[in-house]
Design a protein around this ligand. Structure first.
Ligand code: SF4
Length: 477
């Protein structure tokens, strides 16, 4: 029997590898111009294989299986929950983000224990479900509720699970080491596909039975013992449980460095040693910071926040936290957003003209780029100062002003073209525009290319109100 060929990494797979296995009919049912275009987007991680409807038909079953195997990430994808808010855990193709991109941003779950009063529980679940923060045009939210059995009593757990499930559509994580308690909670929400926490060396068989009976993903827990974790995974896979999440244990402080080392060791084993038994999503539990009752709440929250940030970087695919305060959660959500932004594609906004306030024919016209962070900073400063103006957002490929000028994405021609395309000349009765200070060197050539007079604005948009006060309307007008 020949040895199995080593699996190609995502960097070694070419669009041709995918194209060869597609139906090659160019039918466009996938929304792409042809099969080759579809293959390119699959390799780029922008589309899944089953976005091609014909490939899922029986006649292509063999090729479909080959394609799924070809494109399967070394860290498996595990689905938790159902519907629009279902969360995908793992699905990682690379160890380092700069090698490709990270997929499936790490969901953040907040715990709710079954010893809370009805009012406390309702308020907490509502706070999790409603948590929302707008960051450079993106809505950052929490992702799941982890229901913990702290009364260690089946009826209490079942009651809490039923109440939480009725209150939120977020995915649920059921937390108990007791299979009887787990069964009591699970019976009421079998259709929600919750994540079961957790199978250990002592209860793995009962938990595996529940996971198989209800079709739920299962956490395997072996704190600070990777060899045992790996052995449990092997046992559970042989038992028939396919969707696993690994809990290597989280020690917040002291011991955080050991935790990060363990998470890194597991992930390196997957990518460097191709260890398939460790190729599952990793669960981090910064909530363990709350086990230290002797220190102040603020210090516990600080430790929880630090552990969460470090685990987001190395290499948690799911986090469970307790704190609901904005100062703990917002850094995590923004850090997650940044880590999971495709490094090949700068975050950008739509181009065109934006109108602030009620600008009249004598209102100023300002220029900026379509890099999201630049745009929203400028927008925020204009709104805060209550300025009536027009802002022309130019397509710079998502680059900031300084980078766009250096890379020639922002130049006299692109500015002149934007002025023409937006028809801004029909909205104002003069021909003055305000360039960002960091684009000052374009002023002369912009005047020549556009026929507009140029005023060089401040380098930082926080200076716009003072600049307009001093220079608007322009003296020559
Ligand atoms: Fe090709 Fe499938 Fe797209 Fe049709 S739907 S063009 S067969 S990739």
């Amino acid at each position: 029997m020949s040895e199995r060929e080593p699996k190609k990494t995502i960097k070694e797979i070419s669009p041709i590898d995918v194209y060869k296995l597609l139906p090659k009919t160019n039918c466009k049912e996938c929304g792409e111009a042809n099969c080759m275009a579809f293959a390119t987007r699959v390799v780029n991680g922008e589309l899944a294989v089953d976005n091609c409807p014909p490939i899922t038909k029986e006649e292509y079953q063999v090729n479909f299986t080959k394609l799924e195997d070809l494109m399967a990430p070394p860290v498996r994808t595990v689905l938790v929950g159902t519907g629009d808010r279902a969360m995908k855990l793992g699905g990682k193709y690379v160890l380092y983000r700069h090698e490709f991109t990270y997929h499936n941003p790490t969901p953040i779950a907040i715990d709710v224990s079954d010893d809370l009063s009805e009012d406390e529980r309702t308020a907490r679940v509502r706070a999790v479900s409603d948590f929302s923060y707008n960051y450079i045009g993106r809505e950052l939210r929490l992702d799941a509720v982890a229901i913990r059995s702290t009364q260690h009593e089946p009826a209490a757990f079942a009651s809490a699970v039923t109440a939480v499930a009725a209150q939120t559509e977020l995915p649920l994580i059921l937390c108990t080491y007791d299979a009887a308690i787990m069964a009591a909670g699970l019976a009421h929400i079998r259709e929600r596909r919750p994540l079961l926490y957790a199978a250990t060396k002592d209860n793995w068989e009962e938990m595996a039975e529940l996971a198989l009976r209800y079709g739920c993903p299962l956490v395997v827990s072996a704190p600070h013992d990777i060899a045992l974790l790996r052995s449990l995974v092997k046992t559970l896979v042989e038992y028939g449980v396919a969707d696993l999440v690994l809990d290597p244990g989280t020690a917040v402080e002291p011991g955080l460095s050991g935790t990060i080392h363990a998470f890194s060791q597991i992930r390196r084993a997957v990518f460097a040693d191709r260890d398939e038994l460790l190729g599952y999503p990793l669960l981090g539990t910064p909530i363990t910071a709350w086990i230290s009752p002797e220190i102040s709440h603020e210090l516990i929250q600080w430790k929880e926040a630090c552990a969460a940030s470090m685990l987001l970087s190395r290499y948690a695919d799911l986090l469970i936290l307790h704190s609901l305060e904005g100062w703990v959660l917002l850094p995590q959500l923004i850090w997650r957003f940044n880590i999971y932004t495709d490094p090949r594609k700068p975050v950008s906004v739509d181009t065109g003209v934006r109108i602030f306030g009620s600008p009249k024919k004598d209102a100023p016209v300002l220029i900026t780029t379509n890099y999201a962070l630049t745009y929203f900073t400028v927008e925020s400063d204009i709104k805060a100062a209550g300025i009536d103006c027009f802002l022309i957002v130019i397509d710079t490929g998502g680059n900031s002003v300084e980078s766009a000028v250096a890379g020639r994405y922002l130049n006299a021609e692109t500015i002149a073209a934007a002025l023409k395309d937006t028809g801004i000349a029909d909205r104002v009765n003069y021909r003055y525009l305000i360039l960002p200070g960091l684009a000052a060197r374009l002023s002369g050539e912009t005047e020549e290319a556009s026929g507009w007079h140029v005023l060089v604005g401040p380098k930082d948009s926080s200076g716009i109100p003072a600049f307009l006060k001093a220079h608007w309307p322009p003296k020559k007008w």
